[in-house]
Design a protein. Structure first.
Length: 409
């Protein structure tokens, strides 16, 4: 998950702590604008199903969600741990809006009172819901008891390592809540007491990020958190920056989630027999565009994503190929080699946002329609195509999609 600007704490109305006794008979709670804050603030984990009565996918989900809620309630009866709630979007339009709902049913995940753009995308089965909640409620931080144990911790992942005085410390509580939110993006470890006392300053707790050793990027290999240890937001921002790589791989499994981060894709299509362009792409982005937050930088295996390539008139022989997909259009980056020239890729992205890529698109279209061409076609190569990646967005075979306008890019 890229937290970016999307993480927000909903502050809707005065907090009304709802009475569970109101909803006996059904295991899910009926969530409304009036009671939402109460549920969110008083539970470690809240799953909210946003549905509509007339939506058939919502109808299919309802009894399963209900059963899951009953089983989960039995497993975790302690108040304050977990609640499954449902929101009738026809009655709660404002609430649905606040949660950015664009399809029914959408199951939003709220951890420790924090509303992000995360949603449940797993199987909609009783077992899967129960497993998901069990995993979510398990401790996100793994304790190590010897230094050897720490040294032999998995490679192949970024990790945050805490050297703490004791578990019973307000700063550890912050660490635990952040780890819970970011549990899918990093490994979190901790060692307490004497074991780690040589690794931290006397009387102080320390948090270290250790980068994935398999990714050569010395700048991010190792760093210590210098910020406020009790500030949830500051620590989350740090973990997000460290643990969510600037350049990620897109697959069919994560495409929907990536698309819902809402940022245009800057894609490198590569050939899996030649991985060198990936390193070059990463190097260029890290050195020139490390502060770019308006887009998602992704690498895509060419064979897996050959349809978008063909759609742009490219084949596997043309790889590596770079393109922007704005979910409306695709724009082809003219020459891969140019990424090494500082400013060229940045200008391509800037051109997307100031509309000049799009402007060229319409110019090219107009030009196509006119018989007597006023524009030299060489000046405007056909680099623009309809988006293909929008097909990877939430599917109408699983959801009822509802209208939301998007800025046209
Ligand atoms: C339980 O849920 C069903 C379907 O959502 C509803 O018709 C019924 O009134 C609810 N019962 C109670 C006691 O809330
Ligand atoms: C915490 O975050 C706020 C807002 O982003 C920032 O202004 C502040 O400097 C940060 N404080 C620390 C100690 O990191
Ligand atoms: C650290 O963050 C906490 C929680 O946001 C805040 O109450 C506290 O004042 C901050 N401390 C410093 C030194 O900024
Ligand atoms: C990104 O921002 C940091 C901090 O503001 C700055 O030091 C760095 O030079 C910037 N990187 C690039 C490539 O502009
Ligand atoms: C967009 O920015 C580029 C420079 O990055 C400039 O050449 C172009 O004229 C701008 N287009 C518009 C429509 O502002
Ligand atoms: C979606 O938007 C289109 C065009 O704006 C409109 O014609 C259509 O009725 C809308 N559909 C729904 C379900 O609101």
């Amino acid at each position: 998950m890229k937290v970016g600007g999307s993480l927000k704490i909903l502050t809707l109305l005065a907090v009304v702590v709802p009475q569970l006794s109101l909803v006996t008979g059904n295991s899910t709670v009926v969530v409304t604008q009036e009671n939402v804050n109460g549920f969110i603030d008083s539970n470690e984990l809240v799953l909210l199903s946003f549905y509509a009565e007339w939506c058939r996918f919502s109808k299919i989900l309802e009894p399963i969600f209900e059963k899951a809620a009953a089983q989960i309630h039995q497993k975790f009866p302690e108040p304050g741990r977990v609640i499954l709630g449902k929101v009738n979007c026809d009655r709660e339009e404002i609430l649905a809006d606040q949660f950015g709902i664009i399809k029914y049913p959408t199951i939003k995940i709220v951890r420790n009172g924090l509303v992000g753009n995360q949603e449940y995308r797993g199987q909609r089965s009783l077992e899967a819901f129960v497993q998901f909640v069990e995993k979510e409620l398990s401790d996100p931080i793994k304790e190590f008891h010897t230094i050897d144990e720490l040294k032999s911790a998995d490679v192949g992942h970024g990790m945050v390592i805490g050297y703490f005085i004791s578990k019973d410390h307000v700063e550890y509580d912050t660490y635990r809540r952040v780890a819970s939110l970011m549990r899918n993006d990093c490994r979190f470890l901790v060692g307490f007491g004497d074991l780690t006392k040589d690794l931290r300053l006397p009387g102080k707790n320390t948090l270290i990020f250790r980068g994935d050793p398999s990714i050569p990027n010395p700048k991010n290999a190792y760093s210590e958190y210098q910020g406020n240890m009790t500030s949830f937001t500051n620590l989350t921002a740090w973990v997000d920056k460290k643990c969510v790589p600037l350049v990620r791989e897109i697959t069919f499994d994560n495409a929907e989630e990536l698309s819902e981060e809402g940022l245009p894709f800057v894609l490198l299509f590569y050939n899996k027999n030649d991985l060198d362009p990936i390193q070059q792409f990463k190097k260029a982005i890290h050195s020139q565009l490390e502060n770019e937050t308006r887009v998602n930088f992704l690498t895509a295996e060419g064979k897996l994503f050959k349809h978008p390539l063909y759609h742009m008139g490219k084949s596997l022989d043309d790889l590596p190929v770079i393109a922007i997909d704005s979910f409306i259009h695709m724009y082809l980056f003219p020459r891969f080699e140019d990424i090494h020239q500082p400013g060229v890729l940045k200008k391509f992205i800037d051109d997307l946002f100031n509309g000049s890529l799009h402007f060229n698109f319409h110019l090219a279209l107009e030009d196509d329609e006119k018989s007597e061409s006023t524009i030299d076609p060489v000046q405007l190569p056909p680099v623009v195509h309809e988006s293909k990646f929008k097909e990877l967005m939430p599917s109408k075979h699983r959801y009822t999609l509802i209208n939301r306008t998007r800025d046209e890019l």
